[in-house]
Design a protein around this ligand. Structure first.
Ligand SMILES: *[C@@H]1O[C@H](CO)[C@@H](O)[C@H](O)[C@H]1NC(C)=O
Length: 353
């Protein structure tokens, strides 16, 4: 090989190394329901244990794939008026691109909600009877009691425990294989996500008895709407704790100014790296910037133009919409409306120059 070819080769290797963020099971968002074997082999980034589970449980994988679309849209809802809005990167096998290179709060949230999303999707698929290895929680039979008195288990209790066990086996497989510092952080956040789903389980009951006297109740354990899981994890994101790996490299400890070291709580989200400010497009941090994002001129919060646009200013466009108005009922029988145009000022952040 001549020197020039060598130089090209070296260059390609180096840039590939710098650019690549590991693919992950999150890519199952794009999964189609073609033959399961083909499908499992074509998802980039699955580790061998995940591939094994994929081949063994194709229908669970379909639920997980549909779940990815759901937790991503929940993530985007939670952060819709923030600089970082949970944007995904097109044609990227890790979905979030270089953002994932650091263990920031945002990445902590992504891990937690993705893991929660798997539990939610699987448990719902179990309850609908779509999976052969699980169904409604079979232990919820007979009589029981709560502070309001005795009741009978009835209906379908979501089998969150089984779903969480499968989620743990599937989602954590990659990090368990190479348990470095970042893996410990990811595993902690994955578990916090599963725990959030469990904590939001609640008892739902139906009353029976003479004229709704509720002398007899049948109850079941139901998962909360995934929106509530998103809300809960969003609160955990706000209170996420900064951690370091202890000297044995085996456990996380909270970094505190007082020098006191303690383990973070199992329900807390943990992160190791500060977040970028997400103001401008930055290839290294995976930030796409806030240029072109819509902002609110009167809000003092994160969606306000000064915060959202990072002081770069904004453009205002007067947008008019036509709407039906002054509708009148004419005898008989028609409703006639006028066309009114409403104007609205839409403000968008200026691009970074
Ligand atoms: C802008 O923010 C203000 C104050 O927070 C709020 O009352 C208003 O509804 C917001 N406008 C839009 C279009 O979201």
């Amino acid at each position: 090989m001549n020197a020039w070819a060598c130089a090209v080769c070296w260059c390609v290797c180096v840039s590939m190394r710098v650019l690549s963020v590991d693919a992950s099971w999150w890519y199952m968002r794009y999964m189609s329901s073609v033959g399961s074997r083909v499908m499992c082999d074509n998802i980039p980034g699955l580790v061998s244990e995940q591939r094994r589970l994929c081949r063994q449980h194709p229908r669970a994988m379909q639920a997980i794939g549909a779940g990815v679309r759901e937790w991503i849209s929940e993530c985007q809802h939670q952060f819709r008026d923030r600089r970082w809005n949970c944007n995904t990167v097109a044609r990227d096998h890790s979905l979030f691109g270089r953002l994932l290179l650091r263990g920031s709060r945002e990445v902590a949230f992504i891990y937690a909600i993705s893991s929660a999303g798997v539990v939610d999707a699987l448990a719902r698929a179990c309850s609908r009877g779509e999976l052969d290895w699980c169904s409604c929680d079979p232990r919820k039979t007979g009589s029981w009691s709560d502070p309001a008195g005795a009741f009978d288990w009835g209906g379908c209790s979501d089998h969150v425990e089984l779903a969480a066990r499968f989620g743990h086996a599937f989602v954590d497989a990659k990090e368990r294989k190479e348990p470095d510092a970042r893996a410990l952080i990811n595993l902690h956040n994955n578990r916090a996500g599963r725990k959030a789903v469990k904590r939001l389980l609640s008892l739902e009951c139906k009353c029976h008895g003479v004229s709704g006297s509720c002398s007899v109740r049948t109850c079941w354990l139901a998962m909360a709407d995934f929106r509530r899981t998103g809300d809960e994890l969003r609160r955990k994101y706000e209170r996420a704790v900064h951690v370091a790996i202890n000297q044995y490299g085996a456990a996380l400890t909270k970094s505190s100014a007082a020098g006191r070291r303690a383990s973070p709580g199992k329900n807390q989200l943990v992160y190791s790296d500060d977040s970028p400010d997400f103001c401008v497009r930055d290839h290294d941090t995976g930030s796409v910037g806030t240029g072109g994002r819509r902002c609110n001129a009167t809000s003092q919060g994160a969606d306000g133009c000064s915060v959202m646009c990072c002081g770069r200013g904004y453009d205002t466009a007067r947008v008019s919409r036509s709407a039906k108005c002054e509708c009148k009922f004419h005898w008989c029988c028609a409703v006639r409306c006028g066309d009114c145009s409403q104007t609205e000022d839409v403000r968008t952040c200026k691009e970074h120059t």
